[in-house]
Design a protein around this ligand. Structure first.
Ligand SMILES: *Cc1c(COP(=O)(O)O)cnc(C)c1O
Length: 389
């Protein structure tokens, strides 16, 4: 590998760029995770992370990927044969479903074409049809990172209530948290699943479960035999700021810094920044005359934009051309949309010149790869940023 000048642009929709402040925080020496200083540090961290999820409930932090946090939620609550309702918004919803099936759960999967978010009416209809109340859990993805759809979590909550159903409500906000408005308590979510490496700007390696009171109660008598993922063991030690096993201490230093940064900016301001930069990106895509993967404008994510390439073009080739020529990494098409879309991540530690640099690299790459398109996307984004400055 030869050295390349300038910064690599990591514009995949997670892991996102970790700012220097977070990297510097992580470079501190690892402390004794059983010592007195850790208890003080851990207690404050576990308290403060709750503000990011807008909850007063406990947040558990595992040394794991997001996938681990998916599994943790399911094994603490459900047993083989239990019925779950899941919704196919894209690849991440599909992977969570696959995981549930491997655990022996009986999943009803509402199928989707990967071009929309969750439709609350469909959830309501399925729950109304479940007159025997055999469905034990409803699982949805807040921000579907494979397609760029943000779903209306609170409207799904209302649909569950309208159906008079008492199933637990589980939401994956691994790529939504820290970028898009999210309210665990106000939206009546029972378990939220989070991760460190997307909106929380911290390197990969932390998975989170936010545990509401009803879920906690179900977990005490329910779930399957478990050890590493056990909420009870974790909560017991977390009350003193400690963990039942060695935590990912240096990643926790990074997360501590991330929470401070989000609070310094103000969460609401963070959401507004993401909305504005995402809108500018969408202006560019529109000007190129390319299609967005998500058909309905108000379901388009402020975290990433998935762009469809015209028939006969290969999105992975376009990405490869952009990486080779400009050292910019874009997200690939996953699962059903492999080769058909590329994804522009505009999340986390991100600002206007980073967006404009990314869009300029994309536009030049479209030209180099001979993808039929109109020029002027970057100009449209610049105009939008100027109009909204
Ligand atoms: C990234 C992501 C995951 C998976 O997280 P890993 O850390 O890769 O296990 C799950 N769901 C969503 C919505 C994601 O964006």
């Amino acid at each position: 590998m030869s050295s390349r000048p300038g910064r690599h642009f990591l514009q995949i929709p997670g892991p996102s760029n970790s700012p220097d402040r977070i990297l510097a925080a992580m470079a501190k020496p690892t402390m004794d995770h059983r010592g007195p200083d850790f208890g003080i540090f851990g207690k404050k961290l576990l308290n403060d992370i709750r503000g990011i999820f807008r909850t007063k409930q406990p947040v558990i932090i595992y040394p794991s990927s997001g996938t681990g946090a998916w599994e943790a939620a399911l094994v603490n609550l459900f047993q083989p044969g239990d019925r779950l309702l899941m919704i196919e918004t894209g690849q991440f919803a599909t992977l969570w479903q696959d995981l549930a099936l491997r655990l022996g759960l009986d999943v009803e999967f509402i199928s989707g074409d990967w071009r929309r978010g969750v439709q609350p009416e469909e959830v309501e209809e399925k729950l109304k049809a479940d007159s025997g109340k055999t469905i034990k859990g409803i699982c949805m993805v807040h921000n579907e990172t494979s397609t760029g759809a943000t779903s209306r979590v609170f409207d799904v909550r209302k649909a569950i209530d309208a159906a008079g159903h008492d199933a637990l409500f589980l939401v994956d906000s691994i790529s939504g948290i820290g970028c898009a408005d999210y309210r665990h308590d106000e939206w009546g979510v029972d378990v939220t699943i989070g991760g460190s490496q997307k909106g929380l700007m911290t390197p990969p390696g932390l998975g989170m479960n936010v545990i509401g009171p009803k879920a906690l109660q179900v977990s005490q008598a329910g779930g399957v035999r478990r050890s590493y993922w056990d909420w009870a063991a974790m909560l017991e030690l977390n009350s003193g700021g400690y963990f039942p096993y060695t935590p990912a201490t240096n990643l926790l230093y990074g997360l501590r810094e991330a929470i401070d940064m989000l609070n310094e900016e103000g969460l609401e301001n963070t959401f507004v920044r993401h909305e504005r930069l995402a809108s500018a990106a969408r202006q560019a895509v529109q000007a190129w005359g390319l299609e967005m993967q998500i058909e309905v404008a108000d379901e388009r994510s402020n975290v990433l934009t998935a762009v469809r390439v015209p028939d006969g073009c290969d999105a992975d080739h376009v990405r490869a051309v952009i990486l080779k020529n400009f050292d910019v990494s874009l997200g690939n098409g996953l699962g059903k949309v492999k080769g058909k879309v590329f994804r522009i991540g505009h999340l986390g530690d991100f600002n206007e010149p980073m967006l404009l640099g990314t869009l300029a690299a994309v536009e030049t790459g479209l030209r180099l790869a001979n993808v039929p398109h109109q020029s002027g996307g970057v100009d449209a984004a610049m105009r939008y940023l100027a109009d909204t400055a």
